[in-house]
Design a protein around this ligand. Sequence first.
Ligand SMILES: Cc1ncc(COP(=O)(O)O)c(C=O)c1O
Length: 298
Amino acid sequence: MNSTDGIAYARGRFVNLDEPVIPVDDRAHQFGDGIYEVIRVYHGRPFLLDEHLARFERSAAAIGLRLDRPMDELRELIFTALDRTGFSDAQVYFQLSRGIVKRDHAYPADTPSHLSMTVRPMVDARFHAARTNGQRVIFAEDIRWKYCYVKSLNLLPNVMVKQRALDAGVADAIFVSNGVVTEGTSSNVAIVVDGVFVTHPADERILHGITRAKVLGLLLQLGVPVREEKFSPADLLKADEVFTMSTVVELAPVIEVDGQPVGLQALREGSVLRRLQRLYREEIARACAPDVADAVGE
Ligand SMILES: Cc1ncc(COP(=O)(O)O)c(C=O)c1O
């Protein structure tokens, strides 16, 4: 594999992406026993790195996983990996498994955790199209566990439901749990009703998205009122705007659910979504390319 495809890090060294370095007894692939983060890199610099590292620590604490290394070391490693690739627009994925130990549900307390990472160039065209034109989605039952705030490697429900959406010919699915819209398979969801931004509260039933948190700050700047409240699929269907928020796709309108048009106001110039998209890009430029005058906008 060519290094322009990216690089990997595992068992303490940088390797090619396709190098077989993970032992069969890594608990990540036997049990999904571990946590992960995905960070977006713009202009060669990671965006919202501190926030992602803080969530990584929270996820580790929530499942009693030893970090084994100071966060500063992890931060350094991310910068080293980025330097090695020289990528400007990239995606950093890193995960921490509970370690490499003979398969057993229970684990010895002193098992060292195992960090692995990939850095890949970002191919943004598909996401750009979603941000501009919107996405068609379906509703799906939220079949996940009760600790969705943990960024756990256990993604089987997300994987199954995402594939069901693609098989149905749409981009994604929005989870519904007992009549409440929780989030997307890899995004948080918000609606705008009569000028008020509404999104599921940051409790244990959703991932506390870094993008979602950033958006809440931007809404203050815009003077848009926010309600972190539960809402139903019926509320979503009649909302003025519906959109998803995530590190990889950023903010993207949802324009159809289960074949019904929704939230078409979001596509209009001056909508809450369009204003947020612009501010979000300005934040990226400020954080990652303060010296590049034309970094704002696409
Ligand atoms: C289930 C789920 N919800 C929300 C998000 C959005 O989180 P973030 O903004 O931190 O990328 C993700 C991201 O992958 C996710 O997997």
